[in-house]
Write a protein of this length. Structure first.
Lengths: 141, 133
């Protein structure tokens, strides 16, 4: 399944090729301080391939906090965060926001609240390597 | 009952205070911007809203009819509040409940929510699909 998504103004967009074809899309309603304020609901498929496109790089703010191991890519024009990346052992991993999906039936998305606050940094990075999208490509628009 | 609440963005630069009644309906909307950050608004009258800090850190985003002014912190992107200029009650502020300080999970769970179909400009109508909002 090919899933397209974007921030509101379209400056940051993505195409996620989710393989194998999902019967449903599990989504994490994260309860951390950032996601509570941002309404963050994230998904990833370890076997998928993500292409990210930015029209104007000057209009992307990268925000880090806490362990500073993940970058939240915020569109400076509309404030939306369609993607989070984490560079681990030289490789870039990503999760995408289900809120930014375009043309996907909301009934396919299975949301569940989750808290990662108690995780050690080592456990956190290992989990990201295991469950985040490991094939991330930035495409010049 | 009106009570004074503080709210802030994630990096803390943008802070507001507002008198809100969390026993009154709050709003979730299915429009293209509210869906993207699952905006959950409590309504404040203009005289009950104060921007405490961060005026220079705010970016304003307008789209469509440009009647609603969407503000977010340019550092962390958080949308603490928005301003509706032509609502049934006139100008009003929508304060992001996710940004409120000092509200327990139990209190949050009891706040009445009204779903509105902003996607189709039917603000008095419940959208056909709400579960994802």
């Amino acid at each position: 399944m090919v899933i397209r998504g974007a921030c509101h103004c379209g400056n940051i967009s993505f195409t996620l090729d989710w393989t194998p074809e999902p019967a449903e899309i599990p989504a994490r309603v994260c309860t951390c301080s950032f996601c509570t304020k941002h309404g963050g609901v994230w998904t990833s498929c370890p076997g998928g391939a993500l292409k990210l496109s930015v029209k104007d790089r000057a209009r992307v703010s990268k925000y880090v906090f806490g362990t500073r191991t993940a970058e939240f890519h915020i569109c400076s024009a509309c404030g939306i965060v369609p993607v989070v990346t984490s560079r681990i052992d030289g490789r870039e991993y990503a999760v995408v926001s289900v809120n930014a999906f375009e043309g996907i039936d909301p009934a396919l998305v299975r949301k569940a609240p989750i808290t990662f606050d108690a995780e050690s940094q080592e456990t956190r990075l290992a989990r990201r390597k295991r469950s985040w999208i490991g094939d991330v490509q930035w495409i010049s628009a | 009952m009106l009570k004074t609440y503080k709210a802030s963005c994630h990096c803390g630069r943008v802070a507001i205070e507002a008198e809100l009644d969390l026993g009154q309906p709050t709003y979730r909307c299915n429009c293209s911007i509210c869906r993207r950050n699952r905006f959950w608004a409590a309504v404040a009258r203009p005289e009950d809203f104060r921007l405490v800090s961060g005026e220079d850190d705010l970016t304003e985003y307008l789209f469509g009819s440009k009647k609603n002014h969407h503000f977010f912190c340019r550092h962390c992107g958080v949308r603490v509040f928005g301003v509706g200029t032509e609502t049934p009650v006139g100008k009003m502020y929508g304060v992001n409940i996710g940004c409120l300080q000092g509200v327990s999970e139990e209190e949050l769970s009891k706040i009445p929510v009204t779903y509105v179909d902003g996607l189709h400009d039917k603000w008095a109508t419940r959208p056909e699909f709400c579960k994802h909002l």
